[in-house]
Design a protein around this ligand. Structure first.
Ligand SMILES: [Cu+2]
Length: 201
């Protein structure tokens, strides 16, 4: 739990560094983000196995998911302005989310990702015109959305899709509402790069 919070802060710190457009810093920050991401995926496995049983009821994260998908689709079109708009809307959706009726497991997952996801959504919103940077934030935001969908359900069938080429072959995944591959990281340069890794219900 504490670990996760510390990693969250680390992400926030490296993210801010990335915004200062110093290329060395930016590369270092990306690498550190990747480490954090790997770690966070390990943590996820633990969280989801313990919380899946009592989840997927009462509260819907539909608005968060649909706004994330709008953001994802803007990135597939290389549309940095629409991505920024969706990022700002997503930040508001997290901010206004009503947590009062959550189960214990839902509350835990939501609070684990809330600050981090808001931070990434906010940066995407403020970086219209810099799609490279928006995509850096989208990597970790997608981890957060994955955690939420695993615990709450997505309100529709969703897919976890992996692109092995992004970030110099380190790869990254995203959440999609369609089986058809449209890559938000590489956009129109390589729209069909990606492989479905998991179906989420
Ligand atoms: Cu940023």
């Amino acid at each position: 739990m504490m670990k996760k919070i510390i990693f969250g802060l680390a992400i926030a710190a490296t993210t801010l560094a990335a915004c200062n457009s110093n290329s060395n810093k930016s590369t270092e920050s990306q690498n550190r983000s990747k480490d954090t991401q790997a770690k966070s995926q390990t943590d996820n496995a633990t969280i989801t196995t313990s919380s899946v049983a009592d989840a997927k009821n009462t509260i819907s994260i539909k608005e968060i998911v649909s706004t994330y998908l709008q953001l994802k689709n803007a990135l597939t079109r290389d549309n940095t302005t629409d991505a920024a708009t969706a990022g700002t809307t997503l930040e508001a959706a997290f901010k206004n989310f009503d947590k009062t009726a959550l189960t214990a497991a839902q509350k835990k997952t939501f609070e684990d990702v809330e600050d981090d996801a808001r931070e990434h959504a906010e940066h995407i919103g403020k970086n219209g015109g810099n799609i490279v940077h928006q995509r850096e934030h989208f990597v970790i935001l997608s981890n957060d959305i994955y955690d939420l969908v695993k615990t709450f359900g997505g309100g529709q069938v969703l897919y976890k899709v992996f692109c092995p080429m992004y970030n110099n072959g380190k790869g990254a995944f995203w959440i999609s509402e369609t089986k058809e591959i449209k890559n938000p990281y590489l956009g129109k340069a390589m729209p069909t790069c990606g492989e479905i890794k998991e179906e989420l219900k």
